[in-house]
Write a new protein. Sequence first.
Length: 302
Amino acid sequence: MATIDQATLERVLSSVNVLSGGTRRVELPASGALPLTDGVVSFVHVVAGVVRGHPPLSSGCTLGIDRNTQTISVRQPSTREELGAGGALLTLGDRSVILDAPDGATLVVGELQLTDPTSLHMVPGFAVVSEFAALEPAAAALAAQLGLDTPADPNKRYGDPVICRMMATTVLLSVIRAWAENGCAPDEWAARTRDPFLDRVLTAIHQAPGRDWTVDSLAGVGAMSRSVFAERFRSVIGRSPASYVTDVRMDAARSLLAAGRTVSETARELGYSSDEGFSRAFRRHVGMTPSAWRAQRAGVPA
């Protein structure tokens, strides 16, 4: 499983932009079934009751939490077949999902259209957070309030659709954060695309961020010409190869410094020929020198 650093997670979450969408509250009767809409990103928060999934919830990584010790457990794949009150699941809409409630359940369902559907390419088609309310209490409390109004409500205020979309976005991002931050994310999850050739390039960068990467060498890894690679990379990733390599190096630098590596050791491991060159790059990216960043993190004067 991947170790998720704050900068990577923030970058992933900030790339998710909801164009439109809404939420609805669903009261499932005993033995009732709810098919989720195909082709849209959907999250489900279980307000009350228990639901089962088809395909089974055990087909996705599931997060749990011991309420007494607050210890998080990860089941990959899960042995859990049911999702109870306080749980949440996320589906990207790329396969049919049906929920049923043996004894009835109250659900909040959010259905969202993203500005860029590929922005969630790193998330599996089906993700389950069994104790969402314990891991993300503020977002779960917000989710529980969604979908309460009816379309015919005469008291609806101007701007409600915009505000509700923002609330739904908050819940969506919180589900992703809980899934990624607590052990369900696969290795290099934030570097995945739907292009196997680019995936090969991104994997190589993450595995060896200190290598002397050039556009030509990266194009060779992806089995593409230099011009085709540069255009495809920018189109899919949204920035230049050089910028991406720098981001990966700086993420790695923070991890190394936090683990106790010296500035010199970090600079050499990441391919910088001098401490000064590394420090300048780090300061441009982070806003402070490596030594100042490490001191701030440790809570001592730089």
